[in-house]
Design a protein around this ligand. Structure first.
Ligand code: PMP
Length: 393
């Protein structure tokens, strides 16, 4: 049977970039010990107190349909949080609770783009972005950021792609690069967005993981609140990836339409998950700092090891839970290097190419194994790259 063009072309012409990850999982299935530095998932589970809150909520009867836009208490808490962090007046009517940030990204593009509209995004990008844009029938258009500038996007390059576009998707702190957009970059982006009358979809799921600089939420810039859809999630900030609890903060009329979309698609998030999400947020900033701390420490471990050799260059992550390494001195693609590293040393990293053309010749390490295993794996990776680069020279 013929399936829709839309669903059968979600990945475009290319593969979905998960080949190496799947190869590593197959090796693990065959009983081989692989150090996995691939996906962005904490090496700890969700805190037991949060799970207790989830259980208590379910036992108290929160097992039926929850309010589609989210329970009032959680919407209020998210609104207050976003207002405190951005200075922009925000109420529950601006907030819709979603099944994670991923659903929020889909819904945000659904709300802003029509069939065939050009939707801009920055390359390197989180692997799902082009597919998310295609899933609403829009056309993904990449704007490259450069390794040499630490992957800060250049507003002039965005402006060059903007004529006729409908939306721009940005992500700071960034997965995969660790870039935290400077105030200057954000102001430049805001100018382009206004000049070209674009919607701005701002993926801020890593906003509690900033190591250098300061997170600027673009919704806080003059004139931006009415054209920004801000995406948040408890996945990264509270180690709740499996709970699927995130949100969109948007102008009220947009939220109204998003609620219609949710009513006709996912019908909201489980009430007991929302209760647990509220409990998690109420644990406050100290808990968020505790969840973030290992990634900052491991980022420093990687930078320290990289500083001791020449073959591999690090793009110092300013935030998020990854390290981007430039392995171009090996003469290999990120994909070929990653496959060789997996085969010879049983270490799995993500090829830069999985995150777009701008990250070719790079690999991304998720800092999601304990410090000692990470130290050992990075030392092996650097030694491996050094030998290949030497043979090349
Ligand atoms: N945005 C970015 C940049 C991400 O890295 C991820 C998850 N890896 C998501 C959104 C989606 O996260 P979730 O759906 O778990 O909130």
């Amino acid at each position: 049977m013929r399936q829709s063009r839309r669903i059968s072309t979600l990945n475009g012409d290319g593969d979905d970039g998960w080949g190496l990850f799947l190869a590593a999982r197959r090796m693990i299935g065959d009983g081989i010990a692989v150090v996995e530095l691939t996906i962005g998932e904490h090496d700890i589970g969700t805190d037991a107190r949060i799970l207790d809150a989830m259980h208590a909520s379910a036992m108290a009867g929160n097992t039926g349909y929850a309010m589609v836009p989210g329970i009032d208490a959680l919407r209020d808490h998210v609104a207050a949080r976003v207002q405190a962090r951005s200075g922009v007046a925000t109420t529950r009517d601006n907030v819709m609770i979603t099944p994670g940030g991923q659903a929020a990204l889909f819904m945000a593009h659904h709300a802003t783009c029509d069939e065939g509209d050009r939707a801009l995004y920055i390359d390197p990008y989180y692997a799902t972005y082009p597919g998310t844009i295609r899933s609403v029938g829009a056309v993904p258009v990449a704007v490259q950021a450069e390794s040499a500038t630490g992957f800060q996007p250049d507003p002039d390059n965005i402006a060059a792609a903007a004529p006729g576009a409908r939306s721009l998707l940005i992500n700071s702190p960034n997965n995969p690069t660790g870039a935290v957009y400077t105030a200057e970059t954000m102001e430049g982006i805001a100018r382009v967005v206004e000049d070209h009358d674009l919607w701005l979809i701002s993926d801020e799921v890593y906003d509690t993981q900033v190591w250098q600089g300061r997170h600027v939420s673009p919704r806080s810039l003059p004139g931006m609140a009415e054209r920004t859809l801000q995406v948040g999630s408890l996945s990264k900030s509270h180690a709740m990836t499996g709970s699927r609890c995130g949100w969109i903060v948007a102008p009220e009329d947009v939220t109204g339409h998003l609620i219609q979309l949710a009513t006709n698609t996912n019908y909201g998030v489980a009430g007991f998950v929302q209760s647990a999400g509220l409990f998690a947020l109420e644990l406050g900033a100290a808990f968020e700092a505790e969840i973030a701390a290992p990634f900052r420490r491991r980022r420093d471990i990687v930078l320290d090891l990289v500083a001791r050799q020449q073959a591999v260059r690090a793009i110092p992550a300013q935030g998020a839970m990854y390290a981007m390494l430039d392995i171009r001195a090996t003469g290999m693609s990120g994909e070929a290097f990653g496959m060789a590293l997996l085969k010879d040393h049983h270490i799995a990293v993500m090829p830069g190419e999985s995150f777009g053309d701008a990250a070719a010749g790079h690999v991304r390490l998720a800092l999601t194994v304990d410090d000692e295993r990470l130290r050992e794996a990075v030392a092996v990776l650097l030694d491996f790259a050094g030998k290949i680069a030497e043979a090349q020279a």
